[in-house]
Design a protein around this ligand. Structure first.
Ligand code: PLP
Length: 375
């Protein structure tokens, strides 16, 4: 199999599985138990918290484990709206957020919030000035992702944070950093909430983390209950998942610089290899080095994904090409119809090779030459 869908999820290395197995098989104590097996497990959870916090560059006491990136996004938005409930219920976000943010905003809208959704330019960019212009005195929270999962565009979170302080110092800033994990320092980013997910960096699925900054005084508990995660997110800790998360973060931190250079080189190689295919348009060659959206203009993306999939090549039609319609992210670019319906996302990881990219380029070329385009 040629796996070119790292933005969807990344394979876990053996060492991650081993770390999880060790906990599942041998270390089954509940971190809340007061005898040695429980106390020991509690200590280990705090160790893993320090590891993940180091990878995000934030104080461990401000990092909370969640069940996924989606959970962190929802928690952040709801906690921010709660903190500022007496000031206003206006939310500023973008039209290209992951569904985790988008759908939560829709829910909050049904509960009385007002949501401003900013449209990107034709390449998916949104400027800090655009975000700040939308901020009002009653804005409770601004939620802008760090890296877009379909386009790879990187949004100016630092600049937004600085401007927000001047425009509305009480408004809180959330960034969904799921696709930008290991490229930022939460301490320096300036966001009040930063959500991440383990399975995008080779950790297990079903575990994530949310950084909550010092301006959030008393975050509204996401799950009230037994007092875990400092009382803010109850539920027995997913010890094996958290162990795997920490191991993945540790491994990726060791190779972070080398991985980044490798991804940059791969992306440049992919742009060159794909550019010679007739009717192929690169949608965004800038941005994050692991995501490359392209369109085979006139050829429906779902057919491409199916055809390549049948040859063992995994790419995606955006994060979700819902029943043949372009995703909300692609739709927001306002591309011509034939371009929009041909968009696929190729995304790479540290294990990807140039030969795999070449095989994908050959398969795309074959698809172009042998399949009928749409009318
Ligand atoms: N946010 C972004 C930008 C993502 O790419 C994803 C996953 O694709 C998520 C949130 C959701 O993360 P999870 O799958 O851990 O819920």
């Amino acid at each position: 199999m040629i796996y070119l869908d790292y933005a969807a999820t990344a394979p876990a290395p053996r060492a991650v599985a081993d770390a999880m197995y060790e906990v599942l098989a041998g270390q089954y104590g509940n971190p809340s138990s007061q005898y040695p097996a429980g106390l020991e497990m509690k200590k280990r959870v705090e160790g893993w918290r320090r590891t993940v916090a180091a990878a995000m560059d934030c104080p461990p006491e401000r990092l909370f484990f969640t069940s996924c990136g989606t959970e962190g996004d929802s928690w952040a938005l709801r906690a921010a709206v709660w903190q500022n409930r007496h000031m206003g219920r206006h939310i500023v976000t973008t039209a290209v957020e992951h569904s985790a943010v988008m759908e939560c905003c829709k829910q909050l809208e049904q509960e009385g919030c007002e949501v401003t959704r900013l449209a990107p330019d034709g390449e998916g960019n949104i400027t800090a000035a655009q975000v700040l212009e939308a901020v009002r005195p009653d804005t409770a929270v601004v939620s802008v992702m760090l890296v877009n999962n379909e386009l790879g565009t990187v949004f100016p979170i630092g600049e937004i944070a600085r401007g927000l302080g001047a425009k509305n110092p009480k408004a809180l800033l959330h960034t969904d950093a799921v696709q930008g994990f290991l490229t930022f320092s939460a301490r320096n980013l300036g966001a009040d909430f930063v959500s991440v997910s383990a399975h995008k960096i080779g950790g297990p699925k079903g575990v994530g983390a949310l950084y909550i900054g010092p301006r959030v005084k008393n975050p509204r508990p996401l799950l009230p209950g037994g007092g875990q995660e400092s009382g803010f997110r109850a539920g027995t800790e997913a010890t094996a998942q958290i162990a795997g998360f920490a191991r993945a973060a540790e491994l990726r931190m060791e190779t972070r610089q080398r991985d980044r250079e490798h991804l940059q080189a791969l992306k440049a190689h992919a742009v060159e290899a794909l550019s010679s295919i007739p009717d192929l348009q690169i949608i965004g060659a800038g941005g994050a080095p692991h995501i490359l959206p392209v369109s085979l203009v006139g050829w429906p993306s779902q057919n491409i994904v199916n055809d390549l999939g049948s040859q063992g090549i995994c790419v995606s039609a955006g994060s979700a090409c819902h029943q043949g319609k372009p995703s909300h992210v692609v739709a927001a670019l306002k591309l011509p119809k034939r371009t929009a319906s041909g968009v696929i996302r190729i995304s790479f990881g540290p294990e990807t090779t140039a030969e795999e990219i070449d095989a994908c380029a050959r398969a795309l070329r074959r698809h172009h030459d042998t399949r009928m385009p749409m009318l």
